[in-house]
Write a protein that binds this ligand. Structure first.
Ligand code: ADP
Length: 190
């Protein structure tokens, strides 16, 4: 099984690149952001609880997202592997993911970390906010908060995967196709 963590700050292009990786390697996509937004759209209790955090650009509590990933993994038998997109976002989430995957002897194969300049991130997110309707993409101070939360709570994950030789830094600037090509060659070498 090929299990990939697609990693990077908000606006790094994880969702866009996940689509290429799914096509190239036949993987299942697990995006916690998408899952949380569909919970909210369906009006579930979990979705309503998550919304208050997402609106402020804060992380949803670990227990909520870990529970969501656990049930998705339990319900996807026969998968060739997963792309984890936007998850893990804290060291506790990474440990919980390892525990879940170890139960099935299918560890993380690699963490692909997209590297993008801060100003480029802000521009991309504000542009996305114009037509996506995502409230968290329409306000510069919420965007800056998300980037700060990323730097403080999520970036340390690099130090979690590096000693396991699973961290791969990839330049996330340039054309979508060029970045997809860089990712593909890293994954082929795993
Ligand atoms: P982006 O990467 O552009 O921030 P996402 O769709 O991945 O977009 O996430 C949107 C929001 O959903 C985050 O700001 C956060 O509030 C919440 N969220 C998504 N994934 C997680 C996670 N793994 N842990 C905690 N909160 C999460």
């Amino acid at each position: 099984m090929l299990n990939l963590v697609l990693f990077g700050p908000p606006g790094a292009g994880k969702g866009t690149q996940a689509e290429f990786l799914i096509k190239s390697f036949g993987l299942d996509h697990l995006s916690t952001g998408d899952l949380l937004r569909s919970e909210f759209a369906a009006g579930t209790k979990l979705g309503l609880e998550a919304k208050s955090f997402m609106e402020k650009g804060e992380l949803v509590p670990d227990s909520v997202v870990i529970g969501m990933i656990k049930s998705k993994l339990e319900n996807s038998t026969g998968s060739k592997g997963f792309i984890f997109d936007g998850f893990p976002r804290t060291v506790d989430q990474a440990k919980a993911l390892d525990d879940l995957l170890n139960e099935n002897n299918t560890p993380i194969s690699g963490m692909l970390s997209l590297e993008v300049d801060k100003q480029e991130l802000i521009n991309r997110l504000l542009n996305r906010g114009k037509d996506s309707g995502r409230a968290d993409d329409q306000n510069q101070s919420i965007i800056e908060n998300r980037i700060n939360v990323y730097n403080e709570k999520t970036l340390p994950l690099i130090q979690y995967y590096k000693p396991q030789n699973k961290h791969f830094g990839i330049k996330g600037m340039g054309s979508v196709e060029d970045i997809a090509g860089r990712l593909k060659s890293v994954v082929e070498g795993l």
